[in-house]
Design a protein around this ligand. Structure first.
Ligand code: HXC
Length: 519
């Protein structure tokens, strides 16, 4: 063959590879409102930056007539490219080839880019759209999954790992995304479950749709498996790009510093009156967050799950920062099992990747009741405490209003190595709320008073006495547990200065194989 012909052959083969499972299947993918693997990567990566690897890999299976059906690339597109100029490694399963099902060779391709990502210290992004283990291959496919899982585990806390679910993700396949840092699903065509509706029906008799069992809404709102829910693939891809802008490429780097256009000393007068006089009245913690961060930009993680706590990324003077904040607007901002787990995982992510944490506190306590006790609120609450206590990144806490009981300790208090702990003058830092406290302290005296008016007057007097003593930040400040009581409208620049003063922080935990966080 002449050399020119060899070049032409290569070009033809590349064209063939780019067609995946063929035009008909591509059309069927588009008809479902889905993009192909290559289209997705093109949208995700900076224009023209994608370098594909292993385009000529084909499967090695001879069962069920598979030896006659081979596609270049074998059901997954892998390689590297850049996002905002920074290198990332990627894979996108190609549903047009055997339904994106995972073969031995597909696993090898995915593992290769995962290994490269680890070696180079770059984020790993996987786009999932797959019918699961390639049934014709049997155990080699299962082994392939396990190879991927092992790499997910080793990469955890070393490079950011992000999973987009743009199609089916079922059976044991769900565990790779679950092992990554962030899972993103789209409103249509995206589902995850360990067993599908048919198996559920045959085993338990439960009749349930795909959507209700493992759609984006369920995993974003109920299970918390998904951190982000996008309306469609385009929005999902933009979200991934945005998320990455807050993250370093690996655990030895700092997150990228942005040029800040928002004045550091930007006083926000409305914050002085945002907390209602009535302590039982809610307000929206997000108004405070938006009031203090750079340019009003906040990327909320787990927006629909455990809404009594807010977690997400923002910037202060250009520096990416994780924010954890109780939300009085939902269940009064109480800490329950889900909120504790949500915040704990977020704090651990930030700590693993050198992202400072700002904690905004307005928490009436842990949610009481048998439901929570049986669900293990003790262990889940301990997770959050553990996460804060082990974190060595800069930690700034601002107590806005309530900070009661065990929840006070958990929410990044001084003794859990909070670096700067500030409070607004509206803060109430105490063992419990006034009404509950007086019931415990004066229960016997109250029960002895028979006249209702007299009883009410006595209770009110005691409640006021308690409030005067504890419903304020001054007792905590008198012990140095609160470093300063700040005017609400000054919060932005006080927080920025605090983080600036913490830039050189170095704290190292005692050497150990690993800790034993209460799971
Ligand atoms: C081989 C598969 C496949 C699979 C789909 N295909 N899944 N081939 N192994 N697992 C092929 C189909 O034969 C079909 O080929 C093409 O992909 C598209 O599939 P359709 O069924 O036509 O598409 P659709 O109607 O959209 O349905 C998608 C689907 C369905 C819901 C994913 O294909 C399905 O239920 N697949 C099986 C899912 C499953 O049970 N997987 C195993 C899970 S257990 P043609 O040639 O017609 O285009 C598992 C264990 C992992 O994954 C363990 C890890 C520890």
């Amino acid at each position: 063959m002449e050399n020119q012909q060899k070049v032409k052959n290569l070009i033809d083969l590349r064209v063939q590879a780019k067609l995946g499972g063929g035009e008909k299947r591509i059309a069927s993918q588009h008809a479902k409102g889905k993009f192909t693997a290559r289209e997705r990567l093109e949208m995700l990566l900076d224009e023209g930056s994608f370098e594909e690897l292993d385009m000529f890999v084909t499967h090695r299976c001879n069962n069920f007539g598979l030896e006659k059906e081979k596609y270049l690339g074998d059901g997954v597109v892998t390689g590297h490219g850049t996002i905002d100029g920074r290198t990332v490694y990627v894979f996108a399963q190609d549903f047009t080839v055997f339904g994106g099902s995972l073969s031995e060779t597909m696993a090898l391709k995915i593992c290769k880019v995962m290994d490269m990502a680890m070696k180079m210290g770059c984020p790993m992004i996987g786009i999932n759209d797959s019918g699961g283990a390639r049934i014709q291959e049997g155990v080699t496919s299962l082994a392939g999954y396990a190879e991927i899982f092992q790499r997910n585990i080793m990469a955890s806390g070393v490079i950011p790992q992000i999973s987009a679910i743009f199609g089916p993700c079922a059976g044991g396949a769900v565990y790779s995304p679950a092992l990554t840092d962030f899972v993103l699903m789209t409103e249509d065509n995206s589902y995850m479950f360990v067993t599908g509706p048919k198996v559920v029906k045959s085993v338990t008799g439960e009749d349930i749709s795909t959507e209700d069992l493992g759609g984006a809404d369920i995993h974003s709102r109920k299970s918390g498996v998904s951190h982000f829910k996008a309306e469609n693939e385009e929005e999902g891809i933009l979200l991934i790009r945005k998320l990455l802008s807050y993250l370093p490429s690996n655990n030895l780097e700092e997150a990228p510093l942005f040029e800040n256009t928002d004045p550091i000393v930007r006083l926000d007068d409305k914050l002085n009156s945002i907390v209602p006089d009535n302590p039982n009245m809610p307000y929206d913690m997000k108004d405070i967050i938006h009031g203090i961060v750079d340019n009003d930009e906040f990327l909320e993680v787990h927006q629909h799950y455990a809404r009594n706590i807010i977690v997400g990324f923002a910037r202060f003077n250009g520096a990416p920062t994780g924010i954890v904040a109780n939300q009085p607007n939902f269940l009064a901002g109480v800490l329950d099992c889900d909120a504790s787990r949500k915040a704990a995982r977020f704090v651990r992510f930030c700590d693993a990747f050198n992202i400072p944490v700002l904690t905004l506190v307005d928490v009436p306590g842990f949610l009481p009741g048998s439901g929570q006790e049986y669900a293990g609120i003790i262990s889940h609450g301990a997770k959050l405490m553990f996460a804060y206590g082990e974190a060595t990144v800069p930690k700034v806490t601002v107590t806005i209003r309530k900070s009661y009981g065990g929840a006070h300790d958990v929410m990044s208090c001084k003794q859990l190595r909070g670096d700067f702990n500030y409070a607004w003058p509206t803060a109430e830092i105490a063992v419990m709320g006034a009404a509950g406290a007086i019931e415990v302290l004066e229960g016997r005296s109250i029960s002895k008073i028979t006249d209702p008016e007299e009883k009410a007057a006595f209770v009110s007097e005691k409640v006021n006495e308690y409030k005067d003593k504890f419903a304020n930040p001054y007792q905590a400040a008198s012990y140095g547990y609160i470093d300063d009581i700040i005017e609400p409208r000054n919060t932005r620049f006080r927080v920025i200065r605090a983080f600036q003063a913490l830039e050189t922080k170095k704290v190292v935990n005692p050497p150990k194989k690993h800790n034993n966080i209460p799971l």
